[in-house]
Design a protein around this ligand. Structure first.
Ligand code: PLP
Ligand code: COI
Length: 341
């Protein structure tokens, strides 16, 4: 497979149009058989449910070229499962999980020339999504939907790659206690636009959101879950019903326990405790494992001992093991890697 002539090592996290995308439509209570298409545009009625009431959910995962040259996808079955939960919460039809994985595989296969070569640091980000397409003016779910999958080659989500970032404690809330923070709904990200623009204007890379009810516990950022490392080497990660159940975080918890022999605590993390930790990182498909060097809370700085120059040692071990599994350098747990044949 001849790869496209892109500057793989220097691409950032932005949209690059690839050749093919998958489309399936839901009408009269059923999904059609779905197909790959060249057409990257979506034409919708002016009153489409997604345009009026933001009835849309999405997913994100990556395809990699392994050391041996295979194209693989990391745990797409878990994205399929999470999209079912997202769709149900927004009263959308479920796209069957096996069909989801098949659509992702078809899309990656059709765009294999865009899956970055091994060793470039880039990957193919895959974006499945679904939205209400028919006109809806009273507040109610649409009757017709479109499910699509496209891929786009990406580099690091944060500028500087593995360099520690500085984040701020946000004055805005991302998710309500019984709201939609635990699903991947576009509306959660619309909510975060003002907060992220504000953070960027103030020179921060991201926001730390606290729980909306008490503003005392750590939730997550706009696009990733938190990891903390205690001074005695334990991994601590926040537990909350209003954060996204990150597939990367769930994988890292397993890696920490089973590959690195670490103690792991998934629990409520009071913000007050954060200054006691030795390392902090963000984890997600886009973020992979991104080190946080400093958190600023209304002028008060929390500077982690790992500093602003490089990843802390435990964060680095987690990063190396996870990316080793994804790139085929380390044997993966059964079922984690979907080979595109
Ligand atoms: N939290 C939020 C709000 C996200 O958007 C994402 C990205 O998908 C994550 C966490 C990380 O989840 P995952 O590891 O499944 O990509
Ligand atoms: C992902 O990591 O897949 C996400 O959806 C995060 C987003 C901020 C790009």
């Amino acid at each position: 497979m001849e790869k496209k002539n892109l500057d793989w090592s220097n691409i950032g996290f932005s949209y690059v149009q690839t050749d093919k995308r998958y489309v399936s439509n839901f009408k009269n209570g059923a999904w059609d058989e779905g197909t790959l298409t060249d057409d990257a545009n979506v034409v919708l009625n002016e009153c489409a449910g997604v345009l009026q009431y933001a009835q849309t959910v999405f997913e994100g995962m990556k395809a990699y070229t392994t050391e041996k040259g295979q194209t693989v996808i990391f745990r797409p079955d878990l994205n399929a499962e999470r999209m079912v939960q997202s769709a149900k919460r927004l009263e959308m039809p479920v796209f069957p999980e096996e069909r989801f994985v098949d659509a992702v595989v078809q899309t990656v296969k059709a765009n294999e020339a865009y899956v970055p070569p091994y060793g470039t640091g880039a990957t193919l980000y895959i974006r499945p999504y679904m939205f209400g397409t028919n006109p809806v003016i009273g507040v109610k779910p649409a009757d017709e939907y479109q499910f699509r999958v496209f891929g786009t080659p990406v580099g690091p989500y944060f500028k500087g790659g593995a360099k520690p970032i500085t984040i701020k404690v946000s004055d805005f809330d991302r998710a309500a206690p019984h709201g939609t923070g635990h699903i991947k709904a576009g509306l959660n990200y619309a909510m975060s636009m003002h907060a992220i623009v504000t953070a960027h204007e103030e020179g921060f890379a991201e926001n730390m959101y606290l729980d909306a009810a008490t503003r005392t516990n750590v939730e997550e950022t706009g696009g990733a879950n938190f990891l903390f490392v205690t001074k005695d080497g334990k991994l601590v990660t926040p537990k909350s019903n209003s954060i996204l159940p990150s597939i990367t975080r769930r994988s890292l918890v397993y890696v920490a326990k089973e590959y690195l022999g670490m103690d792991v605590e998934e629990r409520v993390v009071p913000f007050e405790e954060v200054k006691e930790f030795a390392e902090c990182g963000l984890c997600g498909t886009a973020a992979v494992v991104s080190p946080v060097g400093k958190i600023v809370d209304h002028g008060k700085e929390i500077c982690f001992p790992s500093g602003m120059d490089e990843m802390g040692p435990v964060t680095k071990k987690l990063y190396d093991t996870l990316t080793g599994i994804q790139m085929g350098r380390i044997e993966a747990p059964k079922g984690w890697i979907k080979v595109v044949e």
